[in-house]
Design a protein. Sequence first.
Length: 290
Amino acid sequence: MTSVVTTLAAWRALTADLVAQGATIGLTMTMGALHEGHASLLAAARTSCDVSLATVFVNPLQFGDAADLERYPRSLDADVAMCDAQGALAVLAPEAHEMWPSWPASTPTSVHVAGVTDRFEGEGRPGHFDGVATVVTKLLVATQASRAFFGEKDFQQLCMVRRLASDLALPVEIVGCPIVRDHDGLALSSRNARLTATGHATALALPRALGVASALVAAGATVDAVEAAMHEVAATATGLDLAYAAVVEPATLEPVRDATPGRAVRLLIAGIVEGVRLIDNAPATFGRQR
Ligand code: AMP
């Protein structure tokens, strides 16, 4: 049975013990309200490491908006059951003041990764990535994980964490895992629970736009044409407020302008439906124009 740990001191004791035994630790960091996307990360950790550990922490530092933090779904019992079903040994589920003793006052120390966080979610959610980078650093150090598992769903976050681990030479391998989708194509997200059936149907324009864009990239269309097509698909969905739709370089998220055949890119899209911010992305490779 998965045990639940609520203090950093107990978590450190547990992980130090595991490391002393020579076990490799796979870590999955989450904000709870776990779904099949999280389950895929837990499964990957269980398969590739001796021990799988998880964290469930709705990190207040990464929410710009107090109402969004308040509304974030919380379901610790179900989350622990999911971790148990996926073979996790223990879950760290701390209160906010355990992680950030001065909370709700700000914490003086913060981790900032420049460049890759400047645009897209970084632009739309000021301070968000600093909150993520800071909590990820703290949890990685406290856990001594050999591998940490992140979903490609949050592609910009994954790129930022790779950069962070590399720049600080953290002794951890960052593993990216594919996006898990609903049967209709919507990327699973804890936030989807806040959508009505109509909102869910509207949100499907995001994966639809990615599908259209992928086909255009494969057919060797120009970057402008690909981005315009994503905007067009989004415009057909009443109730979707598009935040961005872009073709970017997959490691740096710098804009791509030339559609050189064979060039691998990432398609990023985000929008707001019924007050819920949704993000999605897909890989694509430019083909030769036919
Ligand atoms: P969150 O609880 O939303 O902070 O997500 C925790 C981890 O689960 C992050 O690494 C996410 O990228 C990953 N994740 C969330 N949704 C999905 C999904 N649909 N497919 C794969 N990974 C996901």
